[in-house]
Ligand binder design. Structure first.
Ligand code: GDP
Ligand code: MN
Length: 363
């Protein structure tokens, strides 16, 4: 499987290590998650890759993943000591920047860098024009990038270049969903997880920002990269699960860091606090009985997701369960499948949609 996924290792305070692979559409937090500095004490996150995973089942039936890349090609704007200190340490030297602003003392600059300019230092924007904080024009192009050898990242996993790959315990899907989609839920089965991947949607950002916000379908975050019929791609994913017990299939999860409340603010602090969600995912992989069945998937039982010390964050707000929202989602998905997959949509995926529809009707 050649996937648009980050790969990370997460170690709990007891020293138990798991590897996860996660598919998020572009600009939905892959690099940030892969390089995360956990906010919970005792937890460690190590990076295998931030964008691409090649995976296959080994002779023991474990899914193993390698990162085929040797470097990072990350978006500069928004990268700062506050959001991603590991990326900042990685790009301190020996890095190629494209379309960022330049400072008169030989440095680089972009929106959200959050570093004060030294006295007398001036900035030239990516367009080559004089720029100063507060200028109406952007300092850096929204898709300006850094390109840097991965080995410079202080949190690279010891196994990041192991040709055997790392064993994947969980696959995480996600996108920008300002409304309706809970912070985290687990698929009922591999087949349900493939359905969740096919149903991924995300609020469009960056270039599309100016045309107003809209939800784009982006199955498995692969919409820009499908190299063959997307229905056959889904069938391939389904076939990976058809090995009657000979394989240890990873559990599949869906996350949404981007829920917003009525004031338009994020309901979840995100970034290093996402470790709380990874901790629940690890507890599920370890077989803990701490999930509750909902029509959409398995969500943490109240109290199972550690919210300790987070101000103004409530379980209720993070786990919305709105019948009207999911009924619309089902209708829109059916139309999307008909238009884009037609008869190539695997029957199992349609059955999962019908299953969701039936459960939503009973809500
Ligand atoms: P990638 O393109 O998938 O690698 O995404 P990045 O990691 O570069 O992040 C894209 C944007 O999402 C950046 O502006 C980040 O600051 C933002 N972002 C990443 N993780 C989070 C999060 O947990 N919460 C919020 N609110 N924003 C995030
Ligand atoms: Mn990235």
């Amino acid at each position: 499987m050649a996937e648009h996924m980050l790969i990370l290792g997460v170690t709990d305070p007891a020293g138990r290590k798991r590897y996860l692979a996660a598919a998020f559409p572009s600009a939905c937090g892959k690099t940030n998650l892969a390089m995360m500095t956990p906010a919970l004490p005792g937890w460690k996150v190590e990076c295998v890759g931030d964008d691409i995973a090649w995976m296959k089942f080994d002779a023991e039936g474990r899914l193993r993943a390698i990162n085929p890349e040797t470097g990072f090609f990350g978006v500069a704007p928004g990268t700062s000591m506050a959001t991603n200190p590991v990326a900042m340490a990685t790009i301190r030297s020996n890095t190629i920047f494209t379309n960022v602003g330049r400072t008169s003392d030989g440095g680089v600059y972009w929106e959200g860098l959050d570093e004060p300019l030294g006295p007398g230092v001036t900035v030239t924007s990516w367009r080559g024009e004089p720029w100063h904080p507060g200028s109406p024009q952007a300092c850096a192009h929204p898709n300006s990038r850094f390109c840097v050898p991965a080995g410079q990242c202080p949190s690279m996993d010891p196994a990041w270049q192991d040709p055997e790959g790392v064993p994947i315990d969980a696959i995480v899907l996600g996108g920008r969903r300002p409304q309706g989609v809970p912070l985290v839920f687990e698929a009922f089965s591999w087949r349900h997880g493939v359905f969740l991947g096919s149903a991924m949607r995300s609020e469009a950002t960056a270039a599309a920002e100016h045309q107003g916000r809209c939800l784009m379908h982006d199955p498995f975050a692969m919409r820009p990269f499908f190299g063959y019929n997307a229905g056959q791609y889904l069938a391939h994913w389904l076939s990976m699960g058809h090995q009657d017990g000979a394989r240890h299939l990873p559990k599949i999860f869906h996350v949404n860091w981007f829920l917003k409340n009525q004031d338009g603010r994020f309901s979840w602090p995100g970034f290093g606090e996402n470790i709380r969600v990874l901790a629940w995912i690890c507890s599920r992989v370890a077989g803990e009985d701490n999930a509750e069945v909902t029509p959409v998937g398995l969500v943490p039982k109240e109290g199972a997701l550690d919210l300790g010390g987070l101000r103004g964050v409530t379980h209720k707000e993070l786990f919305p369960m709105d019948k009207g929202f999911w009924a619309r989602e089902v209708t829109e998905l059916r139309a999307y499948y008909e238009e884009n997959f037609g008869e190539d949509l695997p029957r199992e995926v349609m059955e999962e949609l019908e299953g969701l529809e039936g459960r939503v009707k009973k809500m």
